[in-house]
Design a protein around this ligand. Structure first.
Ligand SMILES: [Zn+2]
Length: 220
């Protein structure tokens, strides 16, 4: 189980590069294995193309490291998310360009496209800024994400997506980055027309029925 999950993190790390969600060593990915009381998380300071399954850090829920390379500097954030949200088992954090552009502006992504609903919300809000890698950042981001949302922008930093599994968290990050790019482009040409509350309610009902794993962007 742990070997499979560690390989999954290595594979999705390479997808981050292929899908242009990150460059170099930016961003991080983790999976919670609740039955085993373990978290597998991408390591610190090694490029995604070089990461092998054995490099993935294995942590206990109290943060103690068991195996692998030293964990991503954002391990506090991942741990705090799993403690606050028992239904989630995967976290994807990126500095993807378009979502992060709005994070620099402290501007939420509004209901400009029905795909905002993959995050089970009507807008992607912005969590307050704190220094990267700190418990303060973990605390503020977890509080801003709340009990239901699956994605949030992190002020002057990036994007965070959570899901019941890694495929779901990853797809959410990918779709919200795509919406951020479309919104950026539309804003550069004019004033995007936003969906109404009722229209987003309908979209959310459909996402709850069908899930947020559109087959075209699912894991290969
Ligand atoms: Zn970051």
């Amino acid at each position: 189980m742990t070997d499979y999950k560690r390989q999954q993190i290595a594979d999705y790390g390479r997808r981050l590069l292929a899908d242009s969600l990150t460059t170099g060593t930016g961003g991080n990915i983790s999976i919670a294995m609740r039955a085993e009381g373990l978290i597998a998380i991408s390591p610190s300071g090694i490029g995604y193309n070089e990461i092998k399954a054995k490099d993935i850090s294995l942590l206990e829920f109290d943060g103690r490291q068991l195996e692998g390379r030293p964990p991503s500097s954002e391990w506090h954030l991942h741990l705090a998310l799993y403690q606050a949200r028992p239904e989630i088992n995967a976290v994807v954090h990126t500095h993807s360009r378009f979502a992060t552009t709005f994070a620099l502006l402290h501007e939420p992504l509004p209901a400009c496209h029905y795909l905002i609903g993959v995050a089970q919300t009507k807008e992607i809000r912005v969590a307050p800024y704190a220094t990267f890698g700190t418990e303060e950042l973990a605390r503020k981001t977890v509080a801003a994400l709340g009990h239901n949302d699956r994605c949030i922008l992190m002020a002057n930093h990036g994007l965070l997506a959570v899901g019941e599994d890694l495929s779901e968290a990853y797809n959410t990050a990918l779709y919200i980055e795509e919406v951020a790019e479309l919104y950026y482009r539309a804003r550069s040409l004019g004033t995007p027309v936003l969906l109404s509350d009722a229209e987003m309610d309908e979209a959310l009902i459909r996402f709850r029925s069908y899930g947020c794993k559109p087959e075209t962007k699912d894991a290969k």
